[in-house]
Design a binder for this molecule. Structure first.
Ligand code: PLP
Length: 394
């Protein structure tokens, strides 16, 4: 997007596409009506919200009346977990999730545990893959909800969502998936995958920040999240964020329309970066699944360096990337995802996440591949640990 900066942090957020901004603008201006009002000015806003709901539903094979707008992916996750558990207290108090969920799920589960609910955190394998058999084994007669993410935000692993959905259906348990990193990037079909609730967020697919949605399958028992007016069928009160709702729908429509074309390019770049890093830099480990991973995700651990130093050095070269997840950066704790796939604290600390977007170009990838080995070598040259390794190998 910008001329002197290379953006490789699309897992954190994305720019808003110009076509999306163009669709949003009228709803800040002439069409500023409140969708709940009944006069003509409001009708165009109401129509825009209805039409956005239908567009978003179509992209995940849902019905329009099963899409509820929220303020972000984190809100959708909070609502799904808290809302389903509190509405189904008579059925049980147990939730099953994975050990590598986003903090929006993990922290909500920890909150729920404090409220007396029981949570099972199912571990993952070395690639970050949940084993559906482990989910099934964790089911008790008190289990109300299974929540497993569609694709991991740090290491890109795509989880066996359809298999988990089948297990949930067989046992008559609700299935929620945090699909914030998946929607708009890989095919999502709530019907085919037996998904009862699904979280999404517009800023991950070139839509605006501060707008998300929760898909709630018809018939799911869930408590209302924000009490107030009658918006979102009284389940999530608050005057609708019309421009952002319109922007979210347009961004998702374009992302789904262009998915195949974008993914061809992203997979080509992703695999080129992975192969070159493995060939040119020693003592590295690819994190995440080798093939079942998001088209734009690369995550490596570089032994004997700190991820933060790597990030700063890349930034000095005009490249934005990330260590682990943006939401957790700033904290010195190693990522629970990287620890969850079995990395030691030291190795986890030396991780770099590169997340590509459709606007990235080949010359940007080449530039990264040119500067990265030099940076890694320079940083390792300052490491006494690495010096020892070199001495031992002499
Ligand atoms: N879930 C996942 C998997 C994410 O990657 C993120 C954001 O990074 C969220 C939830 C939270 O989404 P939001 O930033 O819209 O609250």
């Amino acid at each position: 997007m910008s001329c002197n900066h290379i953006y490789f942090d699309h897992g954190a957020t994305t720019f808003v596409r110009p076509e999306v901004i163009a669709k949003m603008l009228p709803y800040f201006g002439l069409s500023y009506g409140n969708p709940s009002s009944i006069y003509n000015l409001a009708r165009s806003a109401k129509h825009a919200v209805d039409s956005a709901r239908a567009t978003i539903a179509e992209c995940i094979n849902a019905n329009a009346d099963e899409i509820y707008f929220t303020g972000c992916g984190s809100e959708s996750d909070n609502w799904a977990l808290k809302g389903v558990l509190s509405a189904n207290k008579k059925k049980g108090n147990h939730i099953i999730t994975s050990a590598i969920e986003h903090h929006a799920i993990i922290s909500t589960c920890e909150y729920l545990e404090k409220q007396g609910y029981e949570v099972t955190y199912v571990p993952v394998d070395e690639f970050g893959m949940v084993n559906p058999a482990d989910i099934e084994a964790a089911i008790t007669d008190k289990t109300v909800l299974i929540s497993v993410m569609f694709a991991n935000n740090e290491i890109g692993t795509i989880e066996p969502v359809k298999e988990i959905g089948e297990i949930a259906k067989k046992h008559n348990i609700y299935f929620h998936t945090d699909a914030v990193q998946a929607v708009g990037h890989i095919p999502v079909d709530v019907e085919d995958m037996n998904i009862d609730l699904l979280s999404m967020s517009a800023h991950k697919f070139n839509g605006p920040k501060g707008i998300g949605a929760l898909y709630i399958k018809k018939g799911v028992k869930i408590d209302n999240f924000i009490h107030g007016g009658g918006q979102e069928k009284s389940k999530r009160a608050g005057t609708e964020n019309v421009p952002s709702i319109v922007g979210m729908a347009e961004a998702l429509r374009l992302a789904c329309l262009e998915m195949e074309e974008h993914n061809k390019k992203l997979i080509e770049y992703r695999d080129k970066i992975i192969a070159e890093i493995q060939q040119t830099i020693p003592y590295v480990k690819l994190n995440g699944h080798p093939t079942k991973r998001l088209p734009g995700n690369v995550n490596f651990s570089f032994n004997y360096i700190e991820g933060e130093s790597l990030l700063l050095s890349l930034d000095l070269k005009g490249i934005s990337a990330s260590t682990g997840s943006a939401c957790a950066s700033g904290s010195l704790d190693p990522s629970h995802v990287l620890l969850g796939i079995g990395l030691s604290h030291e190795v986890a600390h030396g991780s770099l996440r590169i997340t590509l977007g459709y606007e990235n170009e080949n010359h940007e990838v080449n530039y990264l591949l040119q500067v990265l080995p030099e940076i890694v070598e320079k940083l390792r040259a300052m490491s006494p640990l690495y010096e020892n390794v070199l001495k031992e190998n002499k």
